[in-house]
Design a protein around this ligand. Structure first.
Ligand code: MTE
Length: 321
């Protein structure tokens, strides 16, 4: 039977190999063991040439966001990506995103705010103390990862902008520059990539303005130099390489919703009870850990971040998918 290829391609996983971020993972093990009062063991200090070259981004681990998950290998988190501005294959962003120029870079804060401003990326890095948080990211395609992100709550930036009483939503716009992004030649999405949140979702302490991962600045393929990470929503809500945050009265029109409204709603909370029209969302495969043949792990409501449930009290989450 010929099955229509979904707008999201479903590719086989890249194989699990020894992570080149031994230093990072050694530190995670230490932190987790320290947190449960165990004696730390390590012996993983073996710098690879790649880790020596990348730009470090010091951040304080936030123990409140340290799930039991094993961090996904750096190689998988940076080699198996969705970033359609660089192509639709999982390996395209790693192969093509070197053309993205991340300095100078500015982020414009505008719309329904008392204090609109434009912030240079270096000022953005210093706006609030950087934290490291291990968050799960689940893609609507049925795979997931656990990534140690670096950033600070988006609410810190929202506070500075002082939204007006009219602000009900927040719209995020990614860079769209054909000279740097070969994927823009394709009509797979309406460019620029736009995503959105309700203001209370954007202000939730879990919503991270993200500037790094694995102890370093964001690799281009993961959305350098600044992206959003919303861990209880499907990965496509976490817009990469953003240049504008706009506060609006009306619900923003988002790229995936415009492209396939029946398949990708505005809310897009991870919800095992609401199937994608063409496949189930009940289970997932952790990249680098689960193979196509191992039993899939169950997807948890809100990706396991039950603390957000109160944001949706009284809402029918099948209707608002
Ligand atoms: N942001 C932009 N600008 N373009 C994209 O194609 N893909 C989204 C999201 N953000 C995307 C994007 C999707 S579908 C996912 S699953 C995540 O980025 C993947 O993030 P990762 O590659 O860092 O794991």
């Amino acid at each position: 039977m010929l099955i229509k290829r979904p707008p999201y391609g479903i590719d086989p996983p890249s194989s699990s190999e020894i992570t080149p971020r031994e230093v990072y993972e050694g530190r995670r093990i230490f932190l987790r063991q320290a947190a449960i009062g165990a004696v730390a063991t390590s012996g993983l200090l073996n710098l690879s040439p790649a880790s020596a070259a990348a730009q470090k981004l010091p951040a304080k681990p936030n123990p409140a966001y340290l799930p039991a998950d094993k961090p996904t290998a750096y190689k998988d988190a940076t080699g198996y990506n969705n970033f359609y501005e660089f192509g639709t294959d999982k390996s395209d962003p790693a192969r093509h995103a070197a053309s993205l120029i991340t300095r100078p870079w500015t982020l414009s804060i505008e719309g329904e705010v008392k204090k609109p401003f434009i912030l240079d990326i270096d000022a953005l890095l210093k706006l609030a103390p950087l934290e490291e948080r291990l968050y799960r990211l689940r893609c609507v395609e049925g795979w997931s990862m656990a990534i140690p992100w670096i950033g600070y709550p988006l609410s810190e930036l929202i506070k500075k902008a002082e939204p007006t009483g009219n602000a009900r939503f927040v719209e995020f716009t990614s860079l769209a520059d054909r000279k740097q992004m070969p994927g823009l030649g394709s009509s797979v999405l309406d460019w620029p990539y736009v995503e959105g949140l309700r203001l209370d979702e954007a202000n939730h302490p879990l919503t991270l303005l993200t500037l790094g991962m694995y102890g370093e600045v964001l690799p281009n393929q993961n959305g350098a130099p600044v992206r959003i990470v919303v861990p209880w929503k499907y990965g496509f809500k976490s817009a990469k390489s953003i240049v504008r945050i706009r506060f609006t009265r009306n619900q923003p029109r988002t790229a995936w919703n415009l492209s396939a409204p029946r398949e990708y709603g505005f809310y897009s909370n991870v919800n095992p009870e609401v199937d994608h029209p063409r496949w189930s969302q009940a289970t997932e495969r952790r990249i680098g850990e689960d193979s196509f043949f191992s039993r899939k792990r169950k997807t948890l409501m809100f990706n396991g971040y039950g603390e957000v449930a109160s944001l949706y009290a009284g809402m029918n989450l099948k209707r608002f998918y």
